[in-house]
Design a protein around this ligand. Structure first.
Ligand SMILES: [Zn+2]
Length: 320
C-alpha cells in the first residue's frame, strides 16, 4: 500500500505531490472520484479491490481494480477524458492544476517543456482538459440581476491598408466574442460570426433571464434588444469618456475580456476561429470558480472530467 492518503481537505499539499509521484497521482484521482467508497465503473458494485503485484506487494503496475461481482477489471481512467491516454496520471494532475490556476491560460508549448513530453501529447492533454471545463449550457441557469454585455475581438492581424483597427474590430480578421457577465456572478461567452443586432440578440435571449437589468456601452447593436429585458437597459457613453454612472458600468465584462486579450498576447499568440470556443471554456471555467482556492478549482475541473469523453473527432489523434 502507498503512503499517500488524501482527504478532500488537504488539497493544497496533495496536488503538488500528485504532480510528481505516479502512485500519489492515481490515488489522488481515485479519492476525488470515489471518496471512501470505491466502486466498479462497469456495474456500480462496491465489492471491489485493488489488484496487487505478488512479487513486490505494491499495487499492480497499471493500477487496476477488480470487481468481485461482474469480475471485470478497470482503472480510474475509465469513463473520463483521460480514458484513452497512456500519459502518466501525474502529468494529468499537473495539467489540470495549471489549467485551473492560470488566469490567463496555459499553452501546450509550456506543458511540453515542463513535463518533457511531445507537443502532440501536450496538445492532447490541453484539448481534453478544456473539454472537461466545457459548461453544460443546457442546464446552466440564465444570468440574472445586473448583467453586463460587451464584445471582444480576438486573434488575427489588422488587414493591410486599413489603417488603425476600429474599436469594434472593423478592418481586422479578428474573431468577435460576445460576453455576458452577471455582476458578482457567472459569465457566458460565445464566438459570433458577425457583431450584428440579430446575433447579439440571439445570444442574449439564450444566456440572460428576461427580468435582468442590462448594462452595455452605447453601441447601436444593443439599442433595440435592451427593451426585451424587464429590468431595463442602461448604457455608459464610452465615446464621451464616461466609464461609470452610479452602478451603471461594464467594467466587469471589460476586465474579464482583458484577461482574454492578455492571454492571447502572452500565452497563445494565435488561436483559429475554429478552436477559439475551447479556449473560452477554460477562461469561463476559471472566472466562474474564482471564489474557490486553487486546490478547489483544480478538483472542480477533475470532477467535470468524469463522465465526459471526447465525442468529437479530435485533430490531435486518439492516443498519446
Ligand atoms: Zn462490476
Amino acid at each position: 500500500m502507498s503512503d499517500h492518503k488524501f482527504s478532500k481537505s488537504d488539497l493544497v499539499t496533495a496536488i503538488p505531490i500528485a504532480c510528481s509521484n505516479e502512485t500519489a497521482a492515481v490515488e489522488f484521482f481515485e479519492i476525488q472520484r470515489w471518496g471512501d467508497t470505491p466502486c466498479c465503473v462497469h456495474c456500480g458494485s462496491v465489492n471491489v479491490y485493488k489488484m496487487m503485484d505478488r512479487a513486490t506487494g505494491e499495487r499492480n503496475k497499471r493500477y487496476l481494480w477488480k470487481c468481485n461481482d461482474c469480475r471485470k477489471q478497470y482503472t480510474v481512467r475509465i469513463g473520463t477524458v483521460y480514458e484513452e491516454s497512456r500519459l502518466p496520471m501525474r502529468h494529468w494532475a499537473y495539467a489540470f492544476w495549471r489549467a485551473a490556476t492560470s488566469k490567463k491560460g496555459v499553452s501546450a508549448l509550456e506543458l511540453k517543456r515542463q513535463l518533457q513530453i511531445s507537443y502532440k501529447s501536450a496538445l492532447f492533454l490541453m484539448n481534453r482538459i478544456r473539454f472537461a471545463m466545457m459548461p453544460d449550457t443546457a442546464t446552466a441557469p440564465k444570468l440574472e440581476g445586473i448583467v453586463e454585455c460587451d464584445e471582444v475581438y480576438v486573434g488575427g492581424k489588422p488587414r493591410k491598408g486599413m489603417g488603425k483597427p476600429h474599436k469594434r474590430g472593423l478592418g481586422t480578421d479578428k474573431t468577435p466574442v460576445f460576453v455576458a457577465v452577471q455582476r458578482n456572478g457567472g459569465i457566458r461567452r460565445r464566438v459570433i460570426t458577425d457583431v450584428t443586432a440579430a446575433n447579439v440578440k440571439d445570444a442574449m435571449k439564450e444566456m440572460i433571464d428576461d427580468n435582468a437589468r442590462i448594462m452595455t456601452d452605447e453601441a447601436k447593436i444593443y439599442k433595440k434588444i435592451g427593451a426585451h429585458f424587464g429590468g431595463g437597459h442602461e448604457t455608459v457613453m464610452h465615446g464621451a469618456y464616461e466609464f461609470a454612472r452610479g452602478d451603471v458600468h461594464t467594467n466587469t465584462a471589460e476586465s474579464s475580456n482583458a484577461l482574454i486579450k492578455r492571454g492571447m498576447m502572452g500565452i497563445y499568440h494565435n488561436v483559429s476561429r475554429e478552436y477559439l470556443h475551447r479556449y473560452l471554456w477554460q477562461w469561463d471555467f476559471c472566472w466562474n470558480h474564482r471564489e474557490s482556492n486553487d486546490g478547489e478549482r483544480t478538483v472542480a475541473a477533475i470532477k467535470s472530467a468524469e463522465e465526459k469523453r471526447l465525442m468529437y473527432k479530435d485533430p490531435t489523434g486518439p492516443s498519446c
